[in-house]
Design a protein around this ligand. Structure first.
Ligand code: SF4
Length: 452
């Protein structure tokens, strides 16, 4: 039976040291109880307590780490079927396939695109996570050489090693050192050798079933042999089968607590079609419906970027507004004569406004007031962006020490606040800025302090 947060707290060392990444033991216990983190994240609990709590509080989809340090990728850890019930925990890993039978130029191109196709949106770095390396020639030497090339060529890539040969995969995985790869794929024929390799190497194991039933038989057998960290491939190689298997597996794990399917899935859109657009469409369906990892045949910006945005949207926590820190943000190297603008801390607003100010090339000070992630008008209506609160923030922010003038530019939508704000901020002149971020560059280029 699941333990409550209080029951778990009683078994914790109560140091409140924050080493688990959560400030207090109570908060950590609550998260463990909710299946949002694992008891093993606290370095001070005994093995006995770990076992006692771990089983009772583990998320229905086991959380698994691939790689180490900057290349660590976590998959699984999911606790719900629909994002609005709580949130999805770990974004689908997007990987690109390279293979020992490819020409060197093709391999180099894919590694290069892995490294270069990176985008920043709302303060989040969007990129591929995984390079899957296939032992297409069943040859240990060429497989290991290719793995070594990727290790040095793409330092933040998590690795999935694909081979039918346990000896080849062991040799290649050993070359990875601390960057423990996912070794794939254990089948009915080679499961004993792969299980032994996974245990010896301390790597998670990819299961390659021929269908859902076969996958269940394999995970049950391997779990019986003491293997815990597994990722499953049900063998589906059509969009319909892959979608159905992902949905069945997630429902069984979350609703029925069915352990043989309580693992993250690895899917291969790269093996389902030769048409890049169809591959992207399949990938988009599988990102939306529960794939833990998708392996693409290649990364091309025009179809890769929409997949990254889809993933960003689906895996954004619906219960937590996206915010930036309350602060003064200098843009374009401002000085004491530069304009001062203020807006809310809803991250989309921040990135639009800061982007336009940056694009204007006008050195400026951007003040971000904490509005709990609400946008300008919503925050104003909710009483979190009123004249008194802005004035209070202005006084404590230290902006008066940074500029000689006393001219504050407020969002155009808050024009009605001008008089009230001037009363709250004696000595300051309030200038109404544009309503749309896109009009900021021309506005700033013409701006002069009111007293000038
Ligand atoms: S690491 Fe352990 S002892 Fe420290 S705060 Fe977290 S749960 Fe408490």
């Amino acid at each position: 039976m699941a333990l409550t947060g209080i029951q778990i707290l009683k078994m914790l060392p109560k140091k409140n040291c924050g080493e688990c990444g959560i400030p207090t033991c109570l908060a950590f216990a609550m998260k463990v109880a909710a299946g949002q983190t694992e008891i093993g994240e606290c370095p001070y609990v005994t093995d006995e307590v770990k076992e006692q709590i771990g089983e009772a509080s583990a998320p229905p989809i086991r959380s698994i780490k691939i790689g180490a340090g900057a290349s660590t990728f976590t998959t699984g850890g999911e606790t719900c079927l629909y994002r609005h019930e709580k949130r999805f925990e770990n974004p689908t890993g997007i990987g690109v396939l390279i293979s020992t039978d490819m020409a060197a130029a093709e391999i180099d191109g894919r590694i290069e695109r892995f490294k270069s196709l990176r985008y920043e949106r709302v303060g989040v770095l969007l990129k591929a996570d995984i390079i899957a390396i296939k032992d297409a020639k069943n040859d240990e030497a060429s497989f290991t050489a290719l793995v070594k090339k990727v290790l040095t060529g793409a330092e933040d890539a998590s690795l999935v090693l694909i081979s039918d040969n346990a000896a080849n995969i062991t040799a290649a995985a050993k070359a990875c050192g601390e960057r423990k790869p996912l070794i794939y794929g254990a089948t009915q024929n080679n499961s004993k050798e792969f299980a032994a390799a996974a245990k010896e190497l301390g790597c998670p194991l990819g299961i390659k079933g021929s269908n859902l039933d076969d996958t269940v038989a394999l995970t049950e057998q391997l779990a019986g042999e003491g293997l815990k960290d597994m990722v499953i491939d049900t063998g589906a190689r059509t969009i319909r089968a892959a979608l159905e298997d992902n949905v069945v597996a997630r429902r069984a794990a979350v609703n029925k607590k069915y352990k043989p399917l309580g693992f993250s899935t690895i899917t291969f859109p790269c093996e389902m079609t030769t048409d890049p657009l169809m591959e992207a469409m399949i990938a988009s369906v599988l990102i939306a419906k529960y794939a833990g990892i998708i392996i693409l045949s290649d990364l091309q910006g025009d179809i890769f970027f929409p997949l990254l945005l889809e993933r960003l949207n689906i895996f954004t926590d619906p219960q937590r507004p996206m915010v930036v820190e309350e602060n003064i943000y200098p843009i374009n190297g401002p000085d004491e004569n530069s304009p001062v603008l203020i807006t809310c801390n809803f991250s989309l607003t921040y990135f639009i406004v800061s982007g336009e100010v940056e694009g204007s090339k006008v050195p400026s000070w951007l003040l971000i007031k904490d509005t709990e992630g609400l946008s300008v008008l919503t925050a104003w209506a909710a009483g979190k962006f009123g004249a008194d609160m802005i004035a209070q923030f202005m006084k404590k922010s230290g902006i008066e020490d940074k500029v000689k003038h006393r001219d504050l530019i407020i969002p155009g939508y808050l024009a009605s606040m001008k008089g009230e704000l001037e009363e709250e901020l004696p000595g300051w002149t309030i200038t109404i800025g544009p309503r749309e971020g896109g009009h900021l560059p021309s506005f700033l280029k013409e701006w002069k302090p009111a007293a000038a």
